[in-house]
Design a protein around this ligand. Structure first.
Ligand code: NAD
Length: 260
């Protein structure tokens, strides 16, 4: 393809999503950012990225808890760039609690954002991708799409669901040059991880250092947090011709966590 690719990365105002959007823009893709946060800070991220990468970077503040918002965001992105080549479903939240105390509204919110939003965006993007005979869909899953940890019932259930969705979409797109893959990070030090430290301290009666070393990195044999740039690099690879025959896969970037 000689024309610039158009990408949409959900939850790209911070963390992994921002790193993926940055890598895509710097590789010459036009990008739609999405996510929550301070309007001024987001505009600053958008304008700096646009200037530094020399591509068009737009922002859509859709709250992806709602189906219509997911659909509207995809339609606007297609309207702005004429098509959608690359869709990254990354927006996600976490909540940590023993299941008997797990708030029902937290379960509903995690399933809505971490699983259902991906269904809604893919549903809205798929027809155009099939018609154009090109699409690369990347779902940011987790090591928790493959294995469980206690106190994360909603997150683990949602991420296992993301893998099922990924494989199904991969089969549906296979004959249309639409690829769908997942990336399964281990622990990446972002606000999402930072935010669950106090809850894990409370749920397990541990100190902050104990949570980091004995809970979070206990599962990661390298004893290192994954860097957001490393996830971005894998995402960029999945949009490259070298990855054209990778379909329905989950690429684990977890320092060996799920090898154990
Ligand atoms: P983060 O908190 O830094 O970023 C989450 C993004 O999602 C932000 O841009 C936020 O604004 C956005 N978001 C939150 N609620 C939203 C909503 N209702 N609508 C739209 N956007 C919303 O988190 P992160 O660590 O970068 O996580 C990104 C993804 O990676 C998530 O799906 C997460 O489950 C996954 N993941 C993270 C880790 C990790 O260790 N950080 C590990 C495995 C998987």
């Amino acid at each position: 393809m000689s024309e610039r690719k158009a990408a949409l990365v959900t939850g790209s105002t911070s963390g992994i999503g921002l790193a993926v959007a940055t890598a895509f823009a710097k590789a010459g893709m036009d990008v739609t950012l999405n996510g929550l946060g301070d309007a001024g800070e987001i505009e600053s991220i958008r304008s700096v990225l646009e200037r530094e990468a020399g591509v068009t970077v737009r922002y859509d503040g859709a709250n992806l808890m709602q189906a219509e918002a997911c659909t509207g965001m995809v339609e606007s992105a297609i309207g702005a760039f004429g098509r959608l080549d690359v869709l990254v479903n990354n927006a996600g939240i976490q909540f940590v609690s023993p299941i008997e105390d797990f708030p029902v509204e937290k379960w509903n919110a995690i399933i809505a954002l971490n699983l259902s939003a991906s269904f809604h965006t893919i549903r809205a993007a798929m027809r155009g991708m099939k018609e154009r005979r090109y699409g690369r869909i990347i779902n940011i899953a987790s090591a928790h799409a493959h294995v469980a940890s206690p106190f994360k019932s909603a997150y683990v259930a949602a991420k296992h669901g993301v893998l099922g969705l990924t494989k199904t979409v991969a089969l549906e797109g296979a004959m249309f040059n639409v690829r769908c893959n997942a990336i399964s990070p281990g622990y990446v030090f972002t606000t999402l991880v930072e935010g669950q430290i106090p809850d894990t301290m409370k749920a397990r009666g541990l100190t902050r250092d104990q949570v980091i070393n004995d809970v979070l990195l206990a599962a990661q044999p390298t004893k290192e947090f994954v860097k957001v740039e490393q996830i971005a690099g894998v995402a960029l690879f999945l949009t490259s011709p070298a990855a054209d025959e990778i379909n329905g896969a989950a690429l684990n970037v977890d320092g060996g966590w799920t090898a154990a």
